[in-house]
Ligand binder design. Sequence first.
Ligand SMILES: *Cc1c(COP(=O)(O)O)cnc(C)c1O
Length: 386
Amino acid sequence: MDIKRADQQYIANTYKRTDVLFVEGKGAVLKDETGKAYIDLGSGIAVNTFGIADDAWIDAVTTQLQRLQHVSNLYYTEPQVLLAKKLCERSGLKKVFFGNSGAEANECMIKAARKYSVDKYGAGRHTIVTLNHSFHGRTITTLAATGQPTLHQYFQPFTDGFVYAEPDDDDGLLAMVEAHNPCAIMLEPIQGEGGVHALDKAYVQRAAKLCQEKDILLLFDEVQSGNGRTGKLYAYMHYDVLPDIVSTAKGLGGGLPISATLFGEKTQATLAYGSHGSTFGGNPISAAGALNVIDRLDDALLAEVGKKSNYIFERLRHAEGVISIDGMGLMIGIETKKDAAIIAARCLELGVVVLTAHGKVRLLPPLTIPDDLLATAIDRLISALQ
Ligand SMILES: *Cc1c(COP(=O)(O)O)cnc(C)c1O
C-alpha cells in the first residue's frame, strides 16, 4: 500500500504532513521507510522525553500492560497514585487531576479557576486574562483562551470570558485586571507554539504578586515546558513563583497520552465529587510510563539538560544566518535570516528533524540526546542556516 497516498485519502486534512514516513527509531535517531536515519531534534513535539524506544521506559510500560491496562476511575489503581504522590512531592503542589491531553489539562484548570471564584465570590467574576501569542489547545474553550486571532476564524461563538494582554507588559496586565475583575491570569512561562519566547522573570514575578494581592489565581500552562524540558522539573521553578494551578502533558508520559492538572494550597479542594472526570485519565499504562519519566528526571539528568542547552545556545548565538535565539533548556526558538520552513526542509535532507513555530526554527530534542549526536545535528543545522 502507498501509505502517503492512503493518508491523503483517508485522514482528515488537518495536518500539513512533511514528506517522510517514519517507521522506527532508537533514542535520538529516527528511521524512515527507506532506512535513512535522522537525528531527532523534535521529540514528537516535546513528547518523547527519552527519545524513541527507551529500554527502561518500555520495561515500565510493558510490565504494567501485562498486569492491567484499564479499569476506569471508579476504582483505585496503583500507578496513578504513585505518580500523583511523586508529582506533589516534587512540585510542592497538593493534588492532581489526570487527563489525556494538554487541552484537557487546561480545560480542567479553567473549570477549577472559575469554580474557585464562584465558591468564594459568587457568579460574575469569571474572566481569565491570557497572553497574546499564547497557545492553550484546540477545544472551543482552550482556543478561546489562545491569544492568536488567526486560530479563531470559523468557530464562533466561543466560550465567553477570555481577554488577552501583551506578554512582558506590566502596565497592560494591570490595566486588564482593573478593567475585567478576573478570576485568573493564565500564562505559558515559555510560549511554545507562539514562537518560543521565555517570559521575562520580573514580569512573571510582578504578575504573581498582583495575583496574590487580589486573590486572582495564577495558572501556568506547562503542557510543553514541563517535565524537565527547561532544565528544571517545571519551568515555574526558574521564576521563583508557585502557581495556584499548573497544567502539563506532552513530555509527561514519554510518548503515551497523559496530562496532569496540579492544584496548590488554595485550589486543592475546589474540584469536588461530581465536578470533573475523565474515562481514560490517568490510566495505568500511561501512568506507569509517566512514573518512569518523573523518577528519572533527577538533579543529574536536569543538570545535563542545562549543559546541552548551553552548548546549543553557544554554538548558535553567533552562527551565520541567526538573528536571535530565545527559549530555555531544550526548548529553543531560532529567528533566522532564511525562511524557517526552508531551513527545516534542508535539515531533513541532511538527516536532522527540526520543527518550526511562528516563523522560527524550533528545537525540542530528547532530554537524553547523546552529546556527539547533538554536535552532529547542530553542525548540519548550521550548514542549513547559510
Ligand atoms: C501542545 C500544547 C497544548 C495542547 O496540547 P494537546 O495535547 O495538543 O491538547 C496546550 N498548551 C501548550 C502550551 C501546548 O504546547
